[in-house]
Design a protein around this ligand. Structure first.
Ligand SMILES: Cc1cc2nc3c(=O)[nH]c(=O)nc-3n(C[C@H](O)[C@H](O)[C@H](O)COP(=O)(O)O)c2cc1C
Length: 218
């Protein structure tokens, strides 16, 4: 995806931006930080506005698994991500874990599309029980109660009974539990290829045209 094709010169979101092009992405502390980072990159390249939340544990995982160094302060992280993805400033909004004034904290500003990627078992369980103890959990709860799209890119192995119960509960409530388990039939040559496998499936679910990975049979 070419970034230059999709970004705009203005720092204000264009009035033509549809609700479907506003996507909320939360990174939590499961292994697989690269999935979330690549997802944000692709959404920016697609011209979306991306609301970003990063849990404390995700900060640790990002530092452990990648060369990235995400600042913990929201304003600094926002500036870092805008620079990192060469985004227009309107494209990335970062909200802190207790920013209850964020639009996504309320039904009136509910995210139309929210992806928790990667999704830790802790956050999955908190969403299943409507805990809402931080903004990520609250935004996901709002997405569910407002019947919006919620995708949970969970990573854990193996599962015990409560994990499976929570996944069933969430599925029945309308969330999509999408395990971060890349296939191998596209003959991946690199970690990036495996990351793109999952990100392509997420973009397919969100309804975006993606060229990362052909659909089966193409
Ligand atoms: C390097 C690292 C890898 C982790 N991997 C996983 C994982 O794959 N799945 C998981 O559920 N938790 C994993 N954890 C543990 C979670 O980060 C931990 O349970 C945390 O409380 C989750 O908090 P959060 O949901 O607010 O991000 C990992 C932690 C670290 C530091």
């Amino acid at each position: 995806m070419s970034h230059s094709e999709t970004t705009l010169a203005s720092s204000k979101a264009p009035s033509s931006l549809s609700a479907d092009q506003r996507v909320t992405v939360a990174l939590t502390g499961a292994s697989g930080a690269q999935y979330g980072i690549r997802l944000i990159e692709c959404l920016v390249a697609l011209g979306c506005e991306v609301s970003v939340m990063v849990s404390k544990a995700a900060q640790v995982v990002i530092a452990t698994e990648t060369e990235e160094s995400f600042p913990s302060a929201s304003d600094k992280l926002q500036a870092y991500l805008v620079e990192r993805f060469k985004a227009e400033s309107w494209q990335i909004k970062v909200y802190g874990r207790e920013n209850w004034m964020a639009p996504v904290a309320s039904g009136s500003g509910a995210p139309h599309k929210m992806v928790v990627c990667p999704c830790s078992t802790g956050t999955l369980s908190a969403i299943a029980t409507a805990a809402s103890n931080n903004l990520i959990e609250r935004a996901a709860d709002v997405a569910l109660k407002e019947r919006r799209q919620l995708i949970l890119v969970h990573r854990e192995a193996p599962y015990h009974e409560v994990h499976l119960q929570h996944m069933l509960t969430l599925t029945r409530m309308g969330a999509l539990v999408m395990p971060a388990s890349p296939g191998f039939y596209h003959n991946p040559q690199s970690i990036e290829d495996m990351v793109d496998f999952i990100v392509a499936r997420i973009l397919d679910q969100l309804g975006f045209e993606q060229k990362l990975m052909p659909k089966w049979g193409e």
